[in-house]
Design a binder for this molecule. Structure first.
Ligand SMILES: NC(=O)c1ccc[n+]([C@@H]2O[C@H](COP(=O)([O-])OP(=O)(O)OC[C@H]3O[C@@H](n4cnc5c(N)ncnc54)[C@H](O)[C@@H]3O)[C@@H](O)[C@H]2O)c1
Length: 353
């Protein structure tokens, strides 16, 4: 009997990658998505094209048009499907957007996560539960690390962070944005269902998760959006930090591979910093150069001398805990290859998608 995976946020970047990847491993795939991204971000955030892609590519794919805030609906669905694995990737994913929609943000990110955890505890407590958390749980505390300014990027001056930010970094007493706060609530409750109830849960604190299937918009999905702007000759706005702010980028394929490693040998209540690490990090200025290399077009951009509230100046994940717990896993797709794929994907994407 084939195993079943239930993927929330299945039409999004990570959810869709997880659906395709686990279908290829022989899983029956159930997706939950109500295209809320289009509500959060407008037509540019629409993910219906990706839902159609899954229906075409995955045999037997079952789509559930369900809002994860609908508690009764979530409890009934998980009871009915009783999945062998739950990958929870649905979210309001933008820290800037959250300030305008605090109830939608918290109800989706925190309460929606609780809905699925409790549904899993009631129906399938043995099933691994993988939650997509975020590095915004650390708030702006990483900005307190001593930095050094290089020609095109900021970097940590403190040798304690030579490998990046570890999972032991404080999540307390810093500015998170409302999004960061709702994700902290989710992250902690995911850990608690592991620690308190012994369920095989983990929270993956993502750096910049990216890949060819992102519907990048100005408020979320920076590499996807940056490449889209480049191709369309549209102005990309840089917010503060001289454009030298550093993000670590991980291809959605390597995210799905880590989920598979965890599911094969789950632990209870774990957290991992899942980013591209230093090797896959870049500043905005460096990302412009890489996009230009693959499109052959100059990046049109302006500079706004005001950083986004709580934005990290320099962030890259320390990948050593993941590598220690799951030695067969590592990053397999370089930043350059990721950007090349994003360029190709935007060129091929159906018009208006
Ligand atoms: N992309 C990144 O850079 C990044 C970085 C760190 C963490 N994360 C986290 O990873 C996860 C996945 O991110 P992504 O980039 O794939 O986001 P995404 O926006 O591409 O996908 C999320 C999907 O969830 C759906 N959704 C949202 N609210 C919903 C609701 N109430 N009911 C049903 N469906 C709903 C959306 O329609 C969308 O298709 C999120 O938890 C996000 O916070 C992402």
């Amino acid at each position: 009997m084939a195993k079943t995976i239930l993927v929330t946020g299945s039409s999004g970047l990570i959810g869709s990658e997880v659906c395709v990847s686990f279908a290829a491993q022989g899983y029956r795939v159930h997706g939950v998505d109500n295209n809320q991204r289009a509500v959060f971000f407008g037509p540019q955030g629409d993910t219906r094209w990706n839902q159609r892609r899954l229906a075409e590519q995955i045999r037997g794919f079952v789509h559930h048009e369900l809002d994860i805030r609908d508690r009764a609906g979530v409890l009934a669905l998980v009871k009915e499907v009783r999945p062998d694995v739950i990958a929870h990737t649905a979210a309001q994913p933008s820290h800037d957007r959250a300030a305008a929609i605090p109830f939608d943000d918290f109800d989706t990110n925190a309460v929606g996560t609780l809905n699925f955890l409790e549904a899993a505890r009631q129906a399938c407590p043995e099933s691994p539960f993988v939650h997509m958390s975020t590095n915004k749980v650390y708030g702006d505390a990483p900005n307190g690390i001593a930095l050094t300014e290089l020609a095109t990027r900021w970097d940590y001056a403190d040798p304690a962070y030579a490998h990046g930010i570890p999972e032991s970094f404080t999540i307390d007493q810093s500015k998170h944005s409302l999004f960061g706060a709702s994700k902290v609530a989710a992250d902690i409750i995911v850990q608690e269902y592991g620690r308190y109830f012994g369920m095989p849960t983990c929270a993956l604190r993502g750096g910049c998760l990216t890949g060819p299937n992102h519907s990048g918009v100005e408020l979320h999905g920076f590499l996807s959006y940056l490449v889209k702007c480049n191709l369309e000759g549209r102005e990309y706005r840089v917010f503060g930090y001289k454009g030298k702010q550093v993000r670590d980028n991980i291809h959605s394929h390597d995210v799905a591979r880590f989920m598979a490693a965890f599911i094969a040998a789950p632990r209870a209540g774990e957290v991992y910093n899942l980013g591209g690490g230093k090797a896959n990090s870049c500043s905005i200025l460096e990302a412009f150069a890489l996009a230009e290399k693959f499109t052959g077009k100059r990046q049109v951009h302006t500079y706004v001398d005001q950083n986004r509230i709580g934005d990290h100046i320099c962030y890259y994940s320390d990948l050593r805990k993941m590598r220690a717990h799951y030695p067969a896993w590592d990053i397999t797709i370089s930043l350059e290859e990721t950007i090349r794929q994003i360029v190709e994907a935007w060129k091929a994407r159906p018009k208006g998608a």
